[in-house]
Ligand binder design. Sequence first.
Ligand SMILES: [Zn+2]
Ligand SMILES: [Zn+2]
Length: 570
Amino acid sequence: MEGNDVDLLTLRHSAAHILAQAVKELYPDVKLGIGPAIEDGFYYDFDRPEGFSPEDLERIEARMAEIVAADIPFRCREITREQAEKTFADEPYKLELIAEIEEQTLTAYEQGTFVDLCRGPHAESTGRVKAFKLLSVAGAYWRGSSKNPMLQRIYGTAFPTQQELDDYLARLEEARKRDHRKIGRELDLFSFHEEGPGFPFWHPKGVIIYNQIVGFWRREHQKRGYLEVKTPMILNEDLWHRSGHWDAYREHMYFVNIDERTYAVRPMNCPGAILIYKESLRSYRELPLRFAELGLVHRHELSGVLTGLFRVRSFTIDDGHIFCRPDQIQSEITDVIDLIRTTYEKYGFKDYRIELSTQPEKCIGSNEIWRTAESALQEALKSNKIDYQLNPGEGAFYGPKIDFHVKDSMGRSWQLGTIQLDFSMPERFDLEYIGDDGKPHRPVMIHRAALGAIERFMGVLVEEYAGAFPLWLAPLQVILLSIADRHVQYAEDVAARLRSEGLRVSVDARNEKTGFKIREAQLQKIPYMLVVGDREAEAGKVAVRQREAGDLGAMPLDDFVAKVRNELTD
Ligand SMILES: [Zn+2]
Ligand SMILES: [Zn+2]
C-alpha cells in the first residue's frame, strides 16, 4: 500500500464532512447532527423539518463535487470548551454533544469556512474524496431515541476509485431487485402489519417454505441423536433472575402479569431445556443429552431498526442445547460443525468464514475449564480441516464460541450459525450428573444454532435465490398449462398423479393463451411448467418447460416423474 493512501473509514468520514458543508452552504438554516462512517459508506443527520427531496440530493451532490474539486485542506484545531460553545452557538445538537465531553480541550476540523466538531481523523484535503455518491434519505431520531426530534439522515458512500464505486452501485442495484420485502410481496410469502410491528405474518406459500426448512432440520437432528423438546414461551420472573437475563437483557424483554405475578416472554430458549434437564437425576451414561427446540422468542427492538425479515421482534431459533461431560466437548463440537456444514450445503452456501473467540478478561469458570474447552474447539476445527480466524479475548463471559459467517452470491456476509460453550448456566441452575465415581459433577452446556433465526434465514434465502427457490423448497413445484378447454381433464389427471407422488401441483385451466400462462408461471418462479394439448393427451406425455433451462421437449409422464424424483433426492 502506498504511504499516502487513505483508509476507507477515513475517506468516508471525510465525505460526510463534505456533505455537511454542502448542505450548510445550500441550506444555511439546517442544524447539524452527527456524521460517521458506516459499514458501506457514511451518513450525516440534519434537522430540516421539510426534509430533502431527490432534487435536493442532486443539488447537494453537485455542490459536494465542487468542494472536492477545490481540494480544500482539512485542518485540525484544538479549542477550549468556551471557544467550542461560541463556534457552535447556533447548533443545538453540537452544544448537547459538547456538554457531554469531559475533556477541557476539544478538537474542531475545518475545511475552508466550514467547521465541525470532531475527533478525526480525516483525509488531507477534500480532493481525496474522488468517487462518492449520495444514496438515500431517511428519518432518524436524534441519538436513536423516539423521545428526541426526528432528523433527516442522508446516506452516501465513497470509494478510493470510480471503478470500485461503480461495482458497489451495481451490487446495490442487484440487491434492490432481490429485496426480500419486494419479492415476498410479489410471491405472496409473508407480510407485516401495523397491528404487530416487527412480527411477521406468514402466508400459505411462505409456510410451505418454512415447513420445508423445518422438515430438513428435523430429519438432520433425528439422525444425530437430538431429542426434540417444546417449552413454554412465558415463564416467571424468578427464572429470568436466576438465568441472568433479567440483569443483562431486561430492556429487550416483554412482560405480562398472570395472577398478580410478573412473567416474561422468553427472549431465549435456554431455561426451558435446563428445567427439563433438572427433571431427573442424570447419570454420566446419559450424556451427552442433546435437546433440540424450534423456539419462538420475542425481543424488543427499536422500531427504527426493524427491516423486513432481517430485523424482527419475534423469530424462531433453530435452537439446540447439549449437556455433556468436559471430555465429550470435542466430539460434540465436531458433530455440531458437521451439522452446520451439512445445513449450509443443502441451501447451496459454500463460502463461509469461521471465527473462534476465546477467554475474555472478565469471565466465569476456572482457567482449566477454559483451556479444556478452547482446545476442544480448536481440535474440532482442525480435525475437520477448517480454517478459522482466532479472536483472542472475544468470547462471551460464560464461555468460548465459534461463529459462522456465510457469504451470499452478492458477496454479503451473514452471521448465521453459532456454537457457544457455557459454564455459567450449569452453575446458576446447579446442574449435575453422577459420574462413574458415584459423585456429582457439573455438566458443560453447549448452545448452538445453524440458521440462527428461521425468519431472517428465509429473508437471506429469498434474496440469495431471487425468489427462484430450488425444487425442494418451492411453494409450488409444478404447474399444468392446458392449451384448450378440451385438455383440462387430462391436465387434472396428470396433476392428480403428480400429487400422489407428493409433489405440490396446480392447474392453470384459464382460457388464456399458452404464452401468457407461461409468462405468469415464470414470474411466479415455478420450477416446472407442463404444457398439455392434443398430442400430449393422446400419447400420455407432457411438454416440459423448466424455469431456467426453458423448453425440454415432450416426455412420457413417467419419465418426468422419475426426473423430478431424482432431482429431489440429490
Ligand atoms: Zn470528522
Ligand atoms: Zn441457549
